[in-house]
Structures are given as structure tokens and as C-alpha cells.
Design a protein around this ligand. Structure first.
Ligand code: UDP
Length: 261
């Protein structure tokens, strides 16, 4: 399988065509953005960590029968994924109130929700990804009722699995964002999970101290983003204490690679 031309460049990833029309290569950049692109930076090594963490979570989800776009990780920054038709909705899953929910509704930060709350946002940067209701999705045909029902079931299973996985390593899964896509399978369209899952897209708090181990370190200028993402990777067993892939080395490797180009 050969890497082809660039198809799309997003805020944190680049998508390349491959010689297989059904597969694309997803490249994880070091760029970080927040507040609808108003805040931007490059954090060396972030893409490498997200590639590894997302691979770990998506392969674990495959093992429990959650179909997703990951085929395999290729190298430090790239993975092969299935090409899907993305449903233009960001599905936000919340276990604890924080971020935009607390601001919008005046809910106290850190309030534990009785049940997971699913919110829908239209994927449209120009409009600032506005919050929408399920009725909007149906009214404007962004997805069918059947697709929404299927996605909701998948989301609750993904959430249950991820809460347990993170709890086991001393991390609280506060909230996260998921995207889904349509895949042509034997003439029928199947809905699969088609998104990275990483500290860029989840809020993760240390169980004992509530220390933020996610992109809020960038959003709120807390610093030490790479050590936090590295901590998540280590706790998940992806990076080991003695590993050559420690935060410092991830950074060094990325800069060495860049210099060679
Ligand atoms: N999120 C994301 N991409 C987005 C919007 C949200 O990955 O474009 C994630 C975010 O990291 C958090 C969750 O979705 O884990 C809920 O985000 P919220 O609406 O609270 O975002 P905020 O407006 O506070 O950044």
C-alpha cells in the first residue's frame, strides 16, 4: 500500500490517500488549537503520544466489538484507517459537568451527573460547532433515526468501557467527543466509530488529585502538557518507565526527524 496525495488537513491531523481506495493514512500533527481556532500552538511530541494512545483505545474497543476505523498504526505519527463518509455531528459524552456545559447552564464545575449525558454539536467551524438537538439532526437529514439510535447504543458501551479502563489506572473520565462515519459494507451502509480518542478529545482527571491530564492544560495555560499525556500513556501501559519513548525522547525523536528532512 503506497501513500498518495494529501486529501485534507485539519487542525490536528492530515489525511493522505493510499493506493487502496478504501483506506487513508491519518497523520497526527503536533498542532494544538482551542476556542474554535482562536488559540493555536505547536507542542512537540503531542502527535506521537496521541497516535499511540488512540491506537491503544481503538484496538481495545475493537476487541469488545465496537467497530471503528482503525486498521493499523504505521509508525510514530501515522495510522491506516478506513475511509468513511463522516456524519457531520460531534457527539459529546459527559459523566461530570465541566467546560462549556457549566458555562452554558450555570452548573457547578465537577458536578457528577446521575447518568451519562449525550450532547450533539454540528461540525461546522465557521459556525463554532453549535449545540443542536436530536430533532435538528432529523430535520436536516444529517443522520437517520436508525443511525442515531445505533450511535447512542455504541456511545454508552464506549463510555462504560472507557470509564472502567481509566478507573483501573487512577483516572476519571470526565467527558469526551466522538465522531462516527458511514462505511459501505456488502452494499449496506454501516455506522462505525471514526475518530481519534486521546487526551486531545477527552477530559481526564487524576482520581486522587483531580489534576488535569488532558488538553485543558493547553486551553487553560496550565503548562506541562507533554508530561500529562505521557503520564496517561504510561498508566495505560503503552509507555514503560524504561521505554525509549519517554516524553523527552518523544520530543527529541520528533526534532531529529524534522532536522533530517
Ligand atoms: N471536544 C473535542 N473537540 C471539540 C469540542 C469538544 O474534542 O471540538 C471535547 C473536549 O475535549 C471535552 C468534551 O469534548 O472533552 C466536551 O467539551 P466542551 O463542550 O466542554 O468543550 P469546551 O467548549 O469547554 O472546550
Amino acid at each position: 500500500m503506497k501513500k498518495g496525495k494529501k486529501l485534507y488537513e485539519g487542525k490536528a491531523k492530515i489525511i493522505y490517500a493510499t493506493s487502496d481506495k478504501d483506506l487513508v493514512i491519518q497523520y497526527f500533527k503536533d498542532d494544538a488549537t482551542a476556542f474554535n481556532n482562536q488559540k493555536k500552538s505547536t507542542i512537540e511530541g503531542k502527535g506521537v503520544l496521541n497516535n499511540r494512545i488512540s491506537e491503544h483505545i481503538l484496538s481495545s474497543l475493537s476487541q469488545i466489538g465496537i467497530k471503528n476505523h482503525l486498521v493499523k498504526r504505521l509508525n510514530m505519527r501515522e495510522q491506516v484507517v478506513k475511509l468513511v463518509e463522516i456524519i457531520p455531528i460531534e457527539f459529546i459524552v459527559r459523566n461530570v459537568a465541566t467546560g462549556s456545559l457549566t458555562k452554558r447552564l450555570g452548573i457547578e464545575d465537577g458536578t457528577v451527573l446521575k447518568e451519562p449525558l449525550i450532547e450533539y454539536c454540528l461540525k461546522d467551524d465557521k459556525l463554532g460547532d453549535p449545540l443542536i438537538a436530536e430533532e435538528h439532526i432529523l430535520a436536516f437529514d444529517w443522520a437517520s433515526k436508525k443511525e442515531i439510535e445505533k450511535v447512542k447504543k455504541m456511545i454508552l458501551r464506549i463510555n462504560d468501557f472507557m470509564i472502567g479502563m481509566f478507573r483501573g489506572v487512577g483516572i476519571k473520565l470526565i467527558d469526551f467527543k466522538l465522531e462516527f462515519g458511514r462505511l459501505n459494507a456488502n452494499g449496506k451502509k454501516d455506522v462505525i466509530l471514526a475518530d481519534e480518542i486521546s487526551p486531545d478529545t477527552c477530559r481526564l482527571w487524576d482520581s486522587l488529585t483531580d489534576k488535569k491530564l488532558d488538553k485543558d492544560r493547553f486551553r487553560k495555560d496550565l503548562g506541562d502538557l507533554i508530561p500529562a499525556y505521557t503520564e496517561v500513556a504510561k498508566r495505560l501501559g503503552i509507555l514503560h518507565e524504561q521505554s525509549n519513548l519517554s516524553a523527552v525522547n518523544v520530543t527529541k525523536l520528533s526534532s531529529v526527524k524534522r532536522k533530517r528532512k
